[in-house]
Ligand binder design. Structure first.
Ligand SMILES: [Zn+2]
Length: 444
C-alpha cells in the first residue's frame, strides 16, 4: 500500500518521434521557440536544445499463438459461464473465446504453431485491472503483473517511470502490465520530483509550494508534455503519516478545477478523504475519487449523477489498521468500517466502484485481495469481479480492449483454482498470468 506521496507521467508520441520534436514542430507553426512552449526561459533553450530522438531500426515483438483449453470461463460483463472453454490468443489479441464448437475455426487457423495450456478444473478470466498502483521500477511492475493485474493505472510515479514503462508492452510483451500513466503527482511539495524534468524548476522555490491555479495548471501541462494518460492530484493530506491530518484541505474546488481544465480531457484521479475535500473534487470534475473514506450521502448522489468513479483502495486502509505505529493503526481501525459503509452506500446509490490496491514498490497487494475486501464490504461477488475488469476498463477508457475475453480484446488472461462466484478469495492467488499474449506466470 502507499499512503505516501508519489508522483509522475507522459504523452504518446508516434514511434520514433520525440516530445521535443513534436513541441518544436508545433512551436515553429505557432512562431514560438520550443522553450517558450515548455515555459523555460528562451535564452536557456538556445544552449540546451536536444538533438532529435533517434528512430529505432527494429520493430515491436509479435506474440505467437496460445491456446488455453478446458477451463470454465467467466465473462464479467454478463456473468455468463462457459464450461470446457477454449481461448485462442494470436498476435497479442483474442482471436476467439467460447465453447469448442465456437472456437473450432480459430483453433484450426493456429494449428501447428500454437502453444497449448490445459486448465481443466480451473477458472479462466480476463486479465485483471488495478486502477491505483505506484510503480517506479521494473521489479515493481513485475510484482504487480505476477499478482494478476495485466492492466494498471498509475497513481503517480516519481520520475515518469510509468510513462517509460508504457511502451514495454509492445517491445517486451509479458514483462510488465499495460500502463495508464499519471506522471508526477500534482501536489504542493515536489521534493526530489523537481528533478524529473527541467521544466519543473520554476516550481522549486515557491513559497507554500504549488498552490496557485496558474502554477497548478503549469505543473499539469508539464505532465501533459511528457505524455501522461491521466493526472493525479489531491484534496487532502496523506493518511499514512501520523503527523498529518488527512481531513485537512490541501486543494479546494477552484484549485482542483484548474488541474481538471489543464488536463484537457484526460481523467483526473483525486486523493481525497474528507467530505469537504471529496465534494470539492467531484464538483471540480475529477474522474475518480481515491480512498474517499468520509464521503457523505449527498456527495455520493452527486458522484452517481456525474458518473464519478470510486476507488476505495480498501487494501491500503486495512493495511493502515495493521501498522506498527499506534497512531496509524488507530486511524486504520477507525477508517475501515466507515469506508466499508461508504462502499455499500456508493454501490446502492449507483456509483461505480473500482478496484485499486494503492500498491507501492514491490510491496504489492494482489488485486484479488481488493476484490475480496470489496465483497466483505458488501458488494455482490460479480460486481466485485467487475470492479477489477469491466468497470475498471470503463474508467481507463479501455472498454473493448480489456476486461473481457472476446474477439479483438487484448490477449490478457488469468487462471485461478476456484470459482470466483463462490469463493471470495478466488482471485487472490492466480496460477497462470498471460499478458500481451505471453505467459508471465505459470504455476499450474
Ligand atoms: Zn496512492
Amino acid at each position: 500500500m502507499c499512503l505516501h506521496d508519489h508522483d509522475a507521467a507522459v504523452v504518446h508520441p508516434a514511434p520514433g518521434v520525440v516530445r521535443r520534436n513534436v513541441l518544436a514542430g508545433a512551436a515553429a507553426l505557432a512562431g514560438l521557440s520550443t522553450a517558450s512552449v515548455l515555459g523555460a526561459p528562451a535564452a536557456e533553450a538556445a544552449s540546451g536544445d536536444a538533438p532529435p530522438a533517434p528512430r529505432y531500426h527494429g520493430r515491436p515483438a509479435r506474440p505467437g499463438a496460445l491456446l488455453i483449453v478446458g477451463g470454465t470461463m467467466l465473462d464479467p460483463l454478463t456473468g455468463h459461464v462457459t464450461p470446457d472453454a477454449v481461448v485462442v490468443l494470436d498476435e497479442g489479441v483474442v482471436a476467439a473465446a467460447g465453447t469448442r464448437d465456437e472456437t473450432r475455426a480459430a483453433v484450426a487457423r493456429v494449428a501447428g504453431r500454437a502453444q497449448t495450456i490445459e486448465v481443466h478444473g480451473r477458472w479462466v478470466l480476463p486479465g485483471l485491472v488495478d486502477v491505483h498502483v505506484h510503480v517506479n521500477a521494473l521489479a515493481d511492475a513485475r510484482a504487480v503483473l505476477r499478482a494478476g493485474a495485466t492492466t494498471v493505472r498509475s497513481g503517480s510515479s516519481s520520475f515518469y517511470q510509468d510513462v517509460a514503462l508504457r511502451p514495454l508492452v509492445d517491445w517486451a510483451p509479458g514483462s510488465v502490465p499495460r500502463m495508464r500513466a499519471a506522471g508526477v503527482f500534482v501536489s504542493p511539495q515536489l521534493g526530489d520530483t523537481v528533478l524529473a524534468d527541467p521544466a519543473l524548476a520554476p516550481l522549486a522555490a515557491l513559497a507554500g509550494g504549488v498552490r496557485s491555479t496558474s502554477d497548478l495548471a503549469y505543473l499539469t501541462r508539464v505532465n501533459l508534455s511528457r505524455g501522461v494518460d491521466v493526472v493525479k492530484t489531491r484534496a487532502n493530506p496523506r493518511a499514512g503519516l501520523p503527523e498529518q491530518d488527512p481531513t485537512e484541505l490541501v486543494y479546494d474546488r477552484e484549485q482542483i478545477a484548474a488541474v481538471v481544465s489543464a488536463a484537457r480531457g484526460r481523467g483526473v484521479l483525486c486523493h481525497a478523504y474528507s467530505e469537504a475535500g471529496i465534494d470539492g473534487a467531484v464538483r471540480a470534475g475529477v474522474r475518480s475519487i481515491e480512498h474517499g473514506v468520509f464521503v457523505g450521502d449527498s456527495t455520493i448522489d452527486l458522484m452517481a449523477r456525474r458518473g464519478t468513479f470510486f476507488t476505495p483502495t480498501t487494501a491500503a486502509i486495512v493495511g493502515l489498521s495493521e501498522s506498527p505505529n499506534p497512531v496509524l493503526a488507530a486511524r486504520g481501525r477507525e477508517y475501515v468500517p466507515v469506508l466499508q459503509a461508504a462502499i455499500r452506500e456508493a454501490h446502492a446509490r449507483g456509483v461505480t466502484v473500482v478496484a485499486g490496491t494503492d500498491s507501492f514498490g514491490t510491496d504489492v497487494d494482489p488485486i484479488g485481495v481488493e476484490v475480496r475486501l470489496l465483497i466483505e464490504a458488501g458488494l455482490p461477488r460479480l460486481d466485485a469481479v467487475r470492479a477489477a475488469t469491466t468497470h475498471a476498463a470503463s474508467l481507463l477508457g479501455l472498454t473493448g480492449q480489456v476486461g473481457r475475453l472476446s474477439r479483438g480484446h487484448r490477449a490478457d488472461v488469468v487462471v485461478v483454482d476456484t470459482d470466483p462466484l463462490q469463493d471470495d478469495r478466488a482471485l487472490e492467488r492466480v496460477s497462470l498470468v498471460v499478458a500481451q499474449g505471453v505467459v508471465a506466470r505459470n504455476e499450474l
